[in-house]
Design a protein around this ligand. Structure first.
Ligand code: 3HC
Length: 309
């Protein structure tokens, strides 16, 4: 899969800033594959790049499964339309392990590991390799958008696009304004977010933006409550579903999002805000050290049957 799978090499990319037609998503994990999926669903061509071939294979499977779910819902009474929706959307996604295959596009969305060095290195490469007009965006959940892009030259064509898991279902997109983003780039990002079916809101580059700034402390307190033995995991989750109307309880949600992601998020939030609610949590650190990342690894706070992971 080092070479692009089954396509002509370049999608056209002569678009002006206001017309995103071709997109590259870097990082084939939960978020990256979801972003690639909604982009393809919206009729845009998308490259999904990941250095790990296995990750791309996993992404391909999950995108296909999730497209089938969307198709069933959207084309309830028309199996042929549902089938062609899935096929056409899949055909718009090209996967590669080589970053160079995805640089000639209008927008690049980065969704790699939450490590500052890795993100900065990637953006430096993209800044050098992508054509002048390409907008670069990070899907970081808690790091500073400005810090990630601090070494790139095209700061006017750079910002944050923060999606939520599961990307095909969650309707929100936080559009984060980098300090030097141009009005044109910002408007283009807002328009693009809408084009992939999201309701866009505008955020400043503050730690956790809006959603994670509020969800982080909530989730951390739920874990501490469970760690102290105040209540069972199941009862904490039932409490917030039935008592507060959340679709998932906080511990289920932590497993769903990934405990490794949660740990990284807390650590960045602590560093950025110094707030004690973001202090390390023994239980979380132990589970992550044991490779128990939640649903995606088969075990986290809960255990999952393989077929349901
Ligand atoms: N792709 C496509 N469709 C999906 C899907 C996916 N990955 N996952 C679920 N769906 C669809 C299902 O097909 C179903 O459709 P239907 O209603 O037409 O039958 C619908 O969504 C509901 O799914 P399920 O019946 O399987 O299960 P639930 O009703 O329990 O819903 C859920 C699942 C949508 C995940 C819901 O529990 C939920 O909204 N949970 C909260 C998620 C959340 O808070 N996310 C934000 C996390 S924070 C974050 O992402 C920030 C980051 O920075 C870490």
């Amino acid at each position: 899969m080092n070479k692009l799978v089954g396509i002509t090499r370049n999608f056209s990319s002569s678009a002006s800033l206001n017309a995103i037609k071709t997109v590259t998503v870097v990082g084939g994990g939960l978020m990256g594959s979801g972003i690639a999926q909604v982009t393809a669903q919206a009729g845009q061509n998308v490259y999904l790049i990941d250095t790990q071939k296995e990750q791309l294979e996993k992404a391909q499977k999950s995108i296909k499964n999730n497209l089938v779910r969307v198709a069933k819902k959207t084309f309830k009474d028309d199996a042929a339309k549902a089938d062609s929706f899935v096929k056409e959307s899949l055909n718009r996604i090209k996967m590669s392990t080589a970053l160079e295959d995805g640089v000639n596009v209008d927008l690049v969305v980065e969704a790699i590991v939450e490590k500052l060095d890795a993100k900065q290195e990637l953006f430096n490469k993209l800044d050098q390799l992508c054509p002048e007009h390409t907008i670069l965006a990070t899907n970081t959940s808690s790091m500073s958008v400005n810090e990630i892009g601090s070494r790139i030259k095209r700061k006017d064509r750079y910002g944050g696009l923060h999606f939520f898991n599961p990307v095909p279902v969650m309707r929100l997109l936080e559009v984060v304004k980098g300090e030097q983003i141009s009005e044109e780039t910002y408007q283009t990002l807002m328009t693009w977010g809408k084009s992939v079916g999201k309701t866009c809101i505008t955020c400043k580059d503050t730690p956790g933006f809006i959603v994670n700034r509020l969800l982080g402390p909530y989730s951390a307190e739920a874990m501490r409550m469970y760690e102290r033995g105040d209540a069972s995991a199941k009862d904490i989750d039932i409490a917030m579903k039935l008592g507060a109307g959340f679709p998932m309880g906080p511990l289920e949600l932590a497993d769903y999002t990934g405990l490794d992601t949660k740990k990284a998020l807390l650590s960045v939030m602590l560093q950025k805000t110094g707030h004690p609610v973001f202090q390390p949590i023994g239980l979380l650190n132990r589970l992550v050290a044991e490779g128990k990342y939640g649903r995606k690894s088969g075990e986290g706070i809960y255990k999952y049957e393989k077929s349901k992971v």
